[in-house]
Design a protein around this ligand. Structure first.
Ligand code: CU
Length: 161
């Protein structure tokens, strides 16, 4: 796996944060790297999953990762205890393609939104229903893993509505 060396450097902090962050809608994590000036400071907001319409229950997941730190980070893996497959996708003009990772710019944000970059969730262990919550474990190259409880919303839901 790429970044294995870096992972061991942050393994201790990452494990502690993963345990501490059984967060609800918003989780905040401060990466404590060797160079504090370059650290990423991540928070996750507005996560949601529109109720999948098809029988295969293929669902999209949307959220915003904000980075208040001066160092960039990268979302490298997403998994869920409630689904067998979560992948990162980028929409193209006619379809979509999976990507290995998504950049979280320094003092910026990674926005997963309708028509753009999104998560694809497949293999639900239980059929999803509106009001359910699915845990998504977001693993970042530097900040470690942030667990987010993501609500299942009606198909037409938009954040803020
Ligand atoms: Cu997709």
């Amino acid at each position: 796996m790429a970044g294995a060396k870096r992972f061991s450097r942050f393994a201790l902090a990452g494990a502690g944060l993963a345990a501490a962050l059984t967060a609800t809608a918003t989780a905040i994590v401060v990466a404590s790297g060797g160079d504090s000036h370059a650290a990423a400071r991540l928070s996750v907001a507005d996560p949601y999953i529109p109720l999948p319409a098809g029988a295969d229950q293929m669902a999209a997941g949307y959220l915003t990762v904000t980075n208040a730190g001066r160092g960039a980070d990268r979302l490298v893996r997403v998994s869920s205890p409630g689904a067998s497959s979560v992948t990162m996708h980028r929409s193209t003009e006619s379809s979509m393609e999976s990507v290995d990772g998504l950049e979280v710019p320094a003092e910026g944000a990674l926005t997963l939104t309708r028509g753009g970059t999104h998560l694809m969730i497949m293999g639900w262990k239980q059929p999803p229903a509106v009001g359910d919550q699915l845990e998504l474990d977001l693993t970042f190259e530097k900040a470690g893993t942030i667990a987010v409880q993501v609500p299942v919303k009606p198909l037409t839901y938009r954040p803020g509505s």
